[in-house]
Design a protein around this ligand. Sequence first.
Ligand code: BDR
Length: 315
Amino acid sequence: PIPVIIDCDTGVDDALALLFAVRHPGLDVRAVTCVAGNTDVDGVVRNTLTVLEYAGAGDIPVARGAERPLIEPVRTAGHVHGQDGMGDLGLPAPTRRPVDVDAVTLLRREILASPRPVTLIPTAPLTNIALLLRTHPEVTRNIERIVFMGGAVTTGNATPVAEFNVWHDPEAAAILLTAGVPITMYGLDVFKRVLVPAADVARLRASPEPRLRLAGELLAHRDPATSGDPTPTGGLGDAGAVCAVADPAGLTTELLPVEVSLAPGPARGQTVVDRRPRPGESEIHEGAREQTLVDVALDVDVERYVKLWLTAVEG
Ligand code: BDR
């Protein structure tokens, strides 16, 4: 199996990502690290531990990470994920505790200890990852690649042009994009498209198995447009980024220059993706600038990822 570490801000769809990751036989989840984002970091730790218990994940180490972005204040997303970050489903408190080292320390330890290079899957603001890269740059020698949920080629969600995870900590995202390791950007353009059909959500919600019922309730929560509908259709959200690691052939990507807009103002947090077929005027006149090429997701096989996710979670 592929050794992976998930850095998350659980979060309804982070929970869907965790449920999939620990159940998929092709993935070996070495650690899970938590960061402020969808909810405050202590809430993220609690939610993550609870979800891992539902998933029957054993004793995968979980660490608490950054409680705020590098520069911005914390701006949680209770309007999307509920006040507790988990759809206010009234889930039980976890019985386990996080490890007694911080997320950056755990990331370093697990990356360097892994016999095979690790794939990092951040599904959250990139604060922990930026701190890791700046504090322990030697980790890059044992990172296979970083597949992150964040950014957008076209339209944003936090602002007209910025996606939430990048908008929450734009400086951290900029550090990630210049990490010098292969990076895949699983952005909003594909994120929004992977929807589990209503009949599957209904089946999960009716299951006697707590793990599957939780998955169904979380999927149901993801569809605000049909809230109150007994058979809603749910987005896999962050879980799609984990599917992209388990089954890269389901994703169509292109290596493109990507830069994060850091200036204050309406474009802050935008991932500016250069899709021009030829160099533009500035490059012709000034010579090519050093550009970071990122493998940007442009299309996704929706049915394939829904089937992949359901098979692993229900299996
Ligand atoms: C991202 O922001 C969060 O609300 C989701 O969990 C996802 O990681 C989408 O913009």
